[in-house]
Design a binder for this molecule. Structure first.
Ligand code: DNO
Ligand code: MN
Length: 390
């Protein structure tokens, strides 16, 4: 059984058209109603209209990524009850349209974060990169978060000061915009003063409290998700460790296991992202698929190349640190056991070839993801053939 090949599409404004995704060999679309404000209900009409556009292109809306979780749900404050009602209303409307996998994440304030969106590779292609020194330079010298230097090793603080000192105004503005303006799929973006203010709302929320808030969210929405046949899959933290002193509690296998044990509902699932988990050397990616597989409802495949000093960049899908043959082998075992084909998408791809001359969503250009999907499809088929095409 092969995985169901999908690609992310950011809606009518996406520079990548649906026909190109179909030509890339995907059958399913991963998308969201990005125009709906975080916390508002996704109505049946809105969902049906977007679904029709996708189906007119010969594709199927396979996965929602993401139905966003409003900040008040993460901090368990404000109009928490109303936001829960809105969330489950959206789930009901999605189920009525036949959509059964819904992605979300529980990262405080910021979604996925990088410090460079066009890092030049030796062959001239461009990759996304995260560098701890650059993050520290922004945190300490631009955001100027009180006592930020306490969160970094002394040598990182020293290098960050040098890096900041060497930056001109344009470089400082580019770094600031890269970190806080929100990457594709993020629901929030901030100015630095706004981010500083928002970080304060987490002053009394440590990892234990954030995890408790996450469990409370799941306990409130999983009964409806389960009744509606929806798998609610959490996307891991990216990067998978705290930044700006904010807790992150979906970074490791132990984090995921704690969620599953706290809320055993079948609707409480995982979006296994090999890139996000793979940014940590202590995450055993094939082992996580093997041990968590029955709760995986959606798969992001990409590979990061970890570098020294807390840096990493996006590698090609079959290069970098992820052991993709081992991961795909474990995924095939999970599918054989559950009898269910998992939706999979190539996650971030390089900006390469003609895409270097076009406006693209960082990480979501066409050609880099098309190459990734082709390589992953070939690897999956080769492994299946080697097993006798089970
Ligand atoms: C990271 C990517 C991101 C992701 C969002 C989900 O691995 O998959 O673009 O889609 O962080 O919230
Ligand atoms: Mn991902």
């Amino acid at each position: 059984m092969m995985m169901t090949q999908t690609m992310r599409w950011f809606g009518p404004n996406d520079p990548v058209p649906l026909y190109a995704i179909r030509q890339a060999g995907a059958t399913g679309i991963v998308t969201a109603l990005h125009e709906v404000a975080n916390g508002d209900v996704w109505t049946a009409d809105m969902i049906a209209a977007r679904k029709a556009v996708i189906e007119d292109a010969g594709l199927e809306w396979k996965v929602v990524e993401s139905l966003p979780v409003a900040e008040a749900l993460k901090t368990r404050s404000g109009d928490w009850a109303r936001l829960i009602e809105a969330y489950v209303a959206s789930l009901r409307n999605l189920a009525a349209q036949g959509i059964d996998v819904v992605t979300y994440n529980f990262m405080p304030l910021l979604d996925w974060t990088r410090t460079d969106l066009a890092w030049a590779l030796p062959d001239g292609a461009r990759a996304l990169r995260f560098e701890l020194h650059a993050l520290a330079a922004y945190d300490i010298h631009i955001l100027r978060r009180p006592h930020a230097e306490r969160d970094y090793a002394p040598q990182v603080v020293a290098i960050a000061a040098e890096r900041f000192g060497a930056m001109d105004d344009e470089a400082r503005t580019t770094l600031e915009r890269t970190i806080i303006a929100g990457l594709p799929g993020s629901e929030e973006s901030f100015s630095s003063p706004q981010l500083l203010e928002q970080i304060e709302t987490y002053a009394d929320i440590d990892a234990a409290q954030l995890r408790a808030n996450h469990v409370a969210f799941l306990e409130a929405v999983c009964p409806v998700a389960e009744a509606e046949g929806i798998r609610l899959v959490v996307h891991p933290d990216d990067p998978p460790f705290p930044i700006f002193g904010l807790p992150r509690v979906v970074s490791t296998e132990a984090d995921v296991r704690a969620l599953f044990e706290a809320v055993p509902s079948a609707a409480n699932g995982l979006c296994f992202c090999s890139g996000s988990f793979g940014a940590r050397a202590d995450n055993d990616l094939p082992g996580m698929v093997r041990r968590l597989g029955d709760r995986i409802g959606f798969v992001h495949l990409r590979s990061v190349q970890r570098e020294p000093d807390g840096a990493f960049h996006e590698a090609a899908h079959l290069q970098g640190d992820a052991n993709m043959p081992a991961i795909l082998t474990e995924l095939a075992t999970v599918q054989a056991r559950t009898g269910r084909s998992l939706p999979m998408r190539p996650d971030h791809g390089h900006q390469m070839a003609d895409d270097l001359t076009k406006r693209t969503n960082p990480g979501y250009s066409l050609i880099g993801r098309l190459r990734g999907l082709a390589e992953l499809r070939g690897l999956e088929l080769g492994l299946a053939y080697g097993r006798g095409l089970d």
